[in-house]
Design a protein around this ligand. Structure first.
Ligand code: SF4
Length: 352
């Protein structure tokens, strides 16, 4: 009999499971507390459940579903990268594959932000990304994603999260939405959606479901305002044009609590000219948003290099002069291959 993971189940589902095992439904609420507030990794730790209750859950094939990190590395700047060994589904046929995913904890003053993975590898094939080069190894379950929140050393102190690790979150939307439900529910982590940012390259059909289904912030990976140039870097552009993504975003309200940002990794000689800045301004006109300019970390067999800081400042000033809020992202964790675009780099590419 296959094992059924409890991690990722909602309070209502846990109560139903308790009842289906012949237990009182309040046992479901106790389990939720053990899973999401006390970070229990086994039934033995759930000391206010009777021995009979724990045994019945085991007999019915239930497990906690915790995935503990197998390795961790700390950068000279305090950034920490955790490796989680997962066994994940390759899709509809139910085939499972063992893989390793990474979560990165980025400290910044009082903040501790966790960058989480939603898939093992990725199908999207963005040319500048080591995860993309690795190919797709499967969707993570909500249990796999929540394990990244629950079992790092900093778990109790996390202040924010970004779904910007390995994978395209909207390509695994059901499990990502389930994770968000647990993170924001009173019976779960009780986080405000303002602490959560989901990043996407613009998988159009799923974007509306995401925007309608939660109030979390959204970050869109843009990287070039010109369709043909963007398509040369990001195959997704051929299926879902960024122009259509922006059209859809204009239907939503980003003037209140929910924030919209665009990620723009800068590549020397590719997207750093003033005509790119001007096209970006035209593209984003009328959309309350900010642009994050990101330093590129060189990867093997990729023609472009990073843009020198003074030129990034010039680009930033041009956007700001047109009224766009713009920041240059500090680079973190490069020495442990935890920086943007490098996840799965060292682990899967020993030549790095
Ligand atoms: Fe996938 Fe994101 Fe990398 Fe593109 S940048 S290949 S969507 S992980």
């Amino acid at each position: 009999m296959g094992k059924i993971k409890l991690l990722g189940k909602t309070l209502a589902e846990l109560k139903e499971i308790a009842v289906s095992c012949g237990l009182p439904s309040f046992n479901g609420a106790q389990i939720a507390q053990w899973l999401y507030q006390k970070r229990a990794t086994s039934f033995e730790q759930m000391t206010n459940l009777s021995k009979t209750a724990r045994q019945r859950l085991l007999d019915q094939g239930y497990v906690v579903g915790a995935v503990l990190p197998s390795e961790q590395h700390t950068s000279s700047d305090g950034t920490k990268k955790y490796l989680f060994p997962v066994s994940c589904s390759l899709g509809a046929d139910g085939a499972m594959e063992d893989s390793v995913v990474e979560a990165v904890m980025i400290p910044d003053g009082d903040r501790k932000t966790l960058c989480v993975s939603s898939q093992a590898g990725c199908k999207m094939g963005c040319k500048f990304c080591m995860t993309g080069r690795q190919g797709f190894h499967g969707n993570l379950s909500a249990a796999d994603i929540l394990s990244q929140f629950l079992y790092t050393d900093e778990a109790p102190q996390l202040t924010n999260t970004v779904f910007m690790g390995m994978g395209e979150p909207l390509d695994n939307l059901p499990e990502v939405m389930r994770t968000i439900e647990v993170l924001t529910a009173d019976w779960g982590f009780a986080w405000s959606p303002k602490r959560i940012t989901v990043s996407t390259i613009g998988v159009l059909p799923k974007l509306r479901t995401f925007l309608d289904g939660c109030k979390c912030h959204l970050a869109v990976s843009l990287h070039n305002p010109f369709p043909e140039e963007r398509a040369s870097l990001m195959p997704v552009q051929k299926a879902y044009s960024v122009t259509d993504v922006i059209k859809l975003l204009k239907e939503y309200d980003f003037t209140g609590q929910r924030r919209l940002s665009f990620e723009y990794t800068m590549f020397s000689g590719f997207n750093d000219d003033k005509h790119h800045a001007d096209a970006l301004v035209r593209l984003l006109r009328g959309l309350p948003c900010r642009v994050n300019l990101i330093r590129f970390h060189k990867i093997p067999d990729f023609p472009y290099t990073t843009v020198p800081d003074p030129l990034m400042e010039v680009f930033k000033s041009r956007l700001e002069a047109a009224g766009i809020i713009c920041t240059i992202r500090a680079s973190r964790g490069e020495d442990i291959f935890a920086a943007c675009g490098l996840l799965a780099g060292k682990h899967n590419n020993p030549q790095l």
